[in-house]
Structure formats: C-alpha cells, structure tokens
Design a protein around this ligand. Structure first.
Ligand code: SME
Length: 163
C-alpha cells in the first residue's frame, strides 16, 4: 500500500504544478488544526516536491521575536527580531520578500551558507502576526512570480487550516 501522503511527481507548467501541490497540501492539512503538525507536514511536502531548495520552514511570532518552528533543512538560527533579516522584514512590511541574491540584501541573516536566494511569506490572521513561511535556495534567482504566487497560496492554506 502506498504511503498516505507521499508527495507525488508534479507535471505540466509551473502554475499547473503549484495547483497540484496546493491540492496535495489541502489533503495533508484537511481536518487538522494543530499549528505544529500542519507546519511540519507542509514544510516536508514542499521540501520534497520542489527542486533546488535547501531550507523550507516556519518562524512563529512569540509576542516578542520570531522563533524557529518546524522546518526541513540544516539547523537554523533560533530567534529573529522584527525588522531583522529577510524574515523580520517580511513580518514588519507584511509583504512577501523575494530576494534574488541574499548577498545583496542588507541585513540578510545567513543560516545555511549554501543559500543564495530566498522567499519569505508573512503569515497574518487578520491583524495578528502568526509568523513567516521561509524558503531558501542554493540557486541564485530561484524564485519568480509564479513561485511567489504558488508559495503564497500554500501559506494561505496553512493559515486557513488554523481557523
Ligand atoms: N535568511 C533568513 C534567516 C532564516 S534562514 O534562512 C532559515 C533571514 O535573513 O531572515
């Protein structure tokens, strides 16, 4: 019997692949509201489904700082202050940060020295900061607009799963 939630091969163009990934994410999160469980499974799904990623995971707002949550990849920095790094900038600006070259981003916090580009989606439920969903790649300029849209959709599915 195949495993229940094995990430399956994605086909078609990028938008179609993200549609398939979103469908898998819906199945994975369905009926579960636990934040840690859903963050862990979503990180694993994305990490094992998309190419050229070396870190996929969550930082959660603890009321004071962003604190690392479930992720896939190398061990990471634990706490990030609001406004610091790509993650802290996404949380403060409430806008996805798509960074083609992390070395050119002022204040980038290097956790895995292999990371060359990064995309961070802020997570808000209404006005409340929940945290950020962070994607790192060893390839420069890894993330385009389609990636941003697809990854923002997955972030939205995560937020919806908590409600
Ligand atoms: N590079 C991030 C820190 C988190 S790691 O990439 C996992 C930043 O600048 O906020």
């Amino acid at each position: 019997m195949p495993p229940m939630f094995a990430s399956s091969h994605l086909t078609g163009n990028k938008a179609e692949q993200y549609d398939q990934l979103a469908e898998q994410a819906r199945g994975l999160l369905h009926g579960e509201r636990d934040r840690i469980a859903n963050a862990a499974n979503l990180s694993a799904l994305v990490f094992h489904s998309l190419p050229d990623l070396n870190w996929v995971g969550f930082y959660f707002w603890d009321g004071d700082e962003l604190v690392v949550g479930p992720f896939q990849g190398q061990p990471a920095c634990v706490r990030i202050a609001l406004g610091r790094g790509v993650c802290g900038t996404a949380a403060v600006t409430r806008k996805t940060q798509r960074v083609a070259d992390v070395d050119a981003f002022p204040g980038h916090i290097p956790c895995d020295s292999a990371s060359r580009s990064e995309l961070v989606v802020p997570l808000f439920l209404g006005a409340s900061l929940i945290g950020v969903f962070d994607f790192d790649s060893p390839v420069r300029d890894r993330f385009d607009e389609d990636d941003q849209h697809g990854l923002e959709t997955l972030a939205g599915l995560f937020l919806a799963s908590l409600a």
